[in-house]
Design a protein around this ligand. Structure first.
Ligand code: IPE
Ligand code: MG
Length: 244
């Protein structure tokens, strides 16, 4: 959800006004994702690098995340959305963690779209944590370092449902699936530490709209672009077309 600050500054407003304007985009994109029949949407709300921002903006973003969760979860719940949280608890305001957990529990059995809210999330830190978990298990002899597979690491990513007793809802917390479509808004063309492991073969789509201007139509067009791509996952298909 990028470009709030630029959207606001271009209108002579402060950055926090841009974050406020992003709420409508969030609701419309979730509605559009349901219309499209998407099963999983991950939204990058706050990165482990965003703590570098001025304290007043960080404070606003914490309070605002909490109030958006409170204000929107009943609506998402009524739409059958299952909300899950990916991110680190460290440094996050306890009140934000509480809202995230409560929202997860409230929506845990919903059958519809899974909305993965990435709050205080960082791709590298997620992978480092998984590596640490593997190292700990190897150190006590529970796993053989030589036998570690990609799947073993994937199963220990924070989004995974691997740690017993860590599930917050009646249904086990699902693992974050591999990303099909990676949509970056706001004209930036980079990944910015988002879902690094899961995006190994993601189709990247970049659009110029700043987050407050993003709506279900932007999502729809990105999905159309995705549908035109040919995914080979490193494979190859030989189909010679003679020139006409
Ligand atoms: C919102 O957009 C993303 C958040 C971290 C909340 P930005 O705050 O990054 O806005 P720009 O990119 O500076 O315009
Ligand atoms: Mg930005």
């Amino acid at each position: 959800m990028d470009g709030n600050g630029r959207w606001a500054n271009a209108r002579g407003l402060t950055r926090v006004e841009g974050h406020r304007a992003g709420d409508a985009a969030l609701v419309d994109v979730v509605a559009g994702a349901i219309d499209l029949g998407l099963e999983w949407v991950s939204l990058y709300a706050f990165s482990t690098e965003n703590w570098k921002r001025p304290p007043a903006e960080v404070r606003f973003l914490m309070g605002y995340s909490r109030s958006v969760l409170r204000a929107r979860r009943a609506l998402f719940h009524s739409w059958g959305v299952r909300v899950v949280w990916s991110g680190e608890q460290r440094r996050l305001w306890p009140s934000v963690v509480r809202e995230l957990r409560e929202t997860e529990v409230m929506t845990a059995n919903n059958p519809g779209l899974t909305l993965n809210l990435c709050v205080n999330y960082g791709g590298r830190s997620e992978i480092a944590d998984a590596a640490r978990a593997l190292a700990r298990e190897a150190a006590i002899g529970r796993i053989d370092p030589e036998a570690i597979t990609e799947g073993d690491l994937a199963a220990r990513l924070r989004g995974g449902a691997r740690v017993e007793g860590e599930c917050t809802g009646p249904r086990p917390r699902p693992a974050v699936p591999d990303v099909d479509l990676f949509l970056r808004v706001s004209g930036e063309q980079r990944i910015s530490n988002f879902l690094l492991w899961q995006s190994a073969y993601a189709e990247l789509v970049f659009v110029p709209e700043l987050w407050p201007d993003v709506d279900r139509l932007v999502l729809w067009r990105a999905v159309e672009e995705y549908a035109r791509r040919t995914r080979r996952f490193g494979g190859a298909v030989d189909t010679p077309h003679p020139a006409e």
